[in-house]
Design a protein around this ligand. Structure first.
Ligand SMILES: Cc1cc2nc3c(=O)[nH]c(=O)nc-3n(C[C@H](O)[C@H](O)[C@H](O)COP(=O)(O)OP(=O)(O)OC[C@H]3O[C@@H](n4cnc5c(N)ncnc54)[C@H](O)[C@@H]3O)c2cc1C
Length: 496
């Protein structure tokens, strides 16, 4: 075991949306930061890659699967769709869903709004305010206009508008790097880092946290760095390893004083796992397209309900090209749908004849949906809830696209009796959240409203595991906004 002789102000574990953003901010404010990242830096221009093949997690029946998660500087933001949406005002409140009440956050939208502003600027979000009917209040528009979408999608958008929908340009993060155009936590979150204050250790997998005799303070972080065990020390420690690995580290850090894992007096570490329900729905395009283009516009007309439906249904997104969008490329069960659309075609030809949509519906936190450890194995017990709302959204959207297909003015899609659709399987865990939830009650939550662990004086969590509820829009921008907010808190604490 090697003991690092340097002492840092702060150690951050994980360099994704939360950790990368936080490390960039705190190092630029003059604090010494050690960033432990289990992956490596990836080449510029690289945006999609097979699932993690060297790791397996285990599902409810003990069956192994390869998770769609990416270990690298930037984490999952290296393969994300870069759609950076704000949660809506009501998403922060007790929100009745069809199957129960989605719990409130310890603060409201107005509290997070200034950090959303900062997050959009930092991640160079391109968008257009004032079109999406569910858009939360904003004090300013986007700094960058949306980029042009593919012409066939533009024609489809006009068709949707004629049929009463209100499609809006998805807010998308675009970097200023021509070689690596999609914004991510490496290119944007770490963009303003002060390299004099930031040390990044690659291939450094944090294993466990070692606590002081009082049990209230973490003294060392144990990590496997390229096969050697190291111990690192700092004043503050931030876990930002994502909603599966952060609880795994806390559970693995158990000792005599904390037999159920660190910061787990509430028994909530790993529980309340939420992963938005995602179904892909396919249309057949009349003319070939490249199969390689980014996500473009969304429809939130059913976000809060529908005719005669008073509970939220969710969000619709025009998916990226089937050959580019990692949610497809990494998910054979979803990809195989394409072959149902046009049998006996090669995959590239299939992709070029497809227009794909994502239907996304939030789920409720449940105690039994959880991450736990079986020795060193990561086990995931998970069953979606709020399913009827999701089914309604899917059928509603199929009705909508059928009516557009029947419109003689629309030439870019063909009218089909069947629209293949498929749910993302358990391995598509990229939107996971909730496993170390935030709340004021230490007996029912893991961190307080600042992200500090209730049970530990110097440990914080800065990733999507702190979400008390799971919005139907992606968690990326909210994770970034929370990290920017935490940067202020930690800066003050370190300055004090
Ligand atoms: C294919 C795909 C598409 C997506 N598209 C969108 C989208 O369009 N919009 C959106 O809002 N969200 C999207 N998401 C979700 C989004 O990427 C996540 O919500 C976001 O990245 C979560 O940030 P995080 O900081 O919690 O975790 P991550 O960004 O996953 O970062 C975790 C980091 O911790 C590192 N790590 C893990 N374990 C350890 C360890 N033991 N020691 C050291 N380092 C460790 C990882 O390598 C990684 O760098 C997508 C996800 C995927 C997979």
């Amino acid at each position: 075991m090697i003991i690092d002789d340097r002492h840092y102000d702060i150690i951050i574990i994980g360099s994704g949306a939360g950790g990368g953003t936080l490390a960039g901010c705190l190092s630029s404010k003059g604090h010494s930061v050690l960033l432990l990242e289990r992956g490596e830096a990836v080449e510029a221009g690289w945006q999609s890659r097979p699932r993690v093949k060297d790791e397996q997690w285990f599902g409810p029946d003990g069956d192994p699967f390869s998770p769609q998660t990416f270990y690298a500087v930037g984490g999952n933001t290296k393969i994300w769709g870069a759609v950076l949406e704000r949660m809506r005002e009501k998403d922060f409140t007790d929100l009745p869903l069809q199957e129960g009440v989605s719990p409130s956050w310890p603060f409201d939208y107005t509290h997070l709004a200034p950090y959303y502003d900062q997050a959009e600027t930092l991640y160079r979000v391109h968008g257009k305010a004032g079109v999406d009917p569910t858009e939360p209040s904003r004090t300013k528009g986007f700094d960058h206009s949306p980029r042009a979408v593919m012409p066939f999608l533009e024609e489809l958008r006009e068709g949707l508008e004629r049929h009463g929908c209100q499609p809006y340009d998805l807010p998308l993060s675009w970097s200023d790097n021509d070689g690596d155009p999609v914004g991510d936590a490496e290119l944007c979150g770490l963009a303003h880092a002060d390299s004099a204050n930031l040390e990044i250790r690659h291939k450094a997998k944090a294993l466990r946290l070692h606590v002081s005799p009082s049990g209230r303070e973490v003294k060392r972080v144990e990590a496997d760095v390229e096969g050697e065990i190291w111990l690192f020390s700092s004043d503050l420690v931030v876990l930002a390893a994502g909603a599966i690995n952060t609880p795994a580290i806390l559970l693995r850090s158990g000792n005599e004083r904390h037999p159920g894992g660190l910061s787990n007096s509430s028994d909530q570490v790993g529980r309340n796992l939420m992963n938005v329900q995602i179904t892909s729905i396919l249309q057949r395009s009349a003319a070939p397209n490249s199969g390689r283009y980014p996500r473009s516009y969304g429809v939130n007309d059913y976000y809060w309900g529908d005719k005669n439906v008073t509970f939220p249904l969710g969000h619709i997104q025009a998916a990226g090209g089937v050959l580019q969008d990692a949610l497809f490329a990494e998910s054979p069960p979803v990809l195989s749908l394409v072959s149902k659309l046009i049998p006996n075609f090669g995959i590239k030809r299939l992709a070029s004849r497809t227009v794909a949509w994502w239907a996304m519906t939030e789920v409720l936190p449940e105690q039994d949906n959880r991450v736990w450890l079986n020795k060193e194995q990561i086990r995931i017990n998970y069953l979606h809830n709020n399913r009827e709302a999701h089914d309604r959204l899917v059928y509603r959207w199929i009705d909508t696209i059928k009516s557009v297909e029947a419109d003689p003015a629309i030439k870019v899609v063909t009218s089909e009796p069947v629209h293949p659709r498929g749910e993302a399987p358990l391995s598509v865990v990229g939107f996971a959240c909730g496993t170390c939830r935030m709340g004021e009650d230490p007996s029912a939550s893991v961190v307080d409203s600042t992200g500090q662990c209730h049970d530990l004086d110097n440990v914080y969590i800065a990733d999507s595991s702190v979400f008390p509820s799971c919005p139907s829009v992606g968690p990326g921008l909210t994770t970034i906004a929370l990290a920017l907010r935490m940067a202020e808190t930690l800066d003050k604490r370190l300055e004090a």
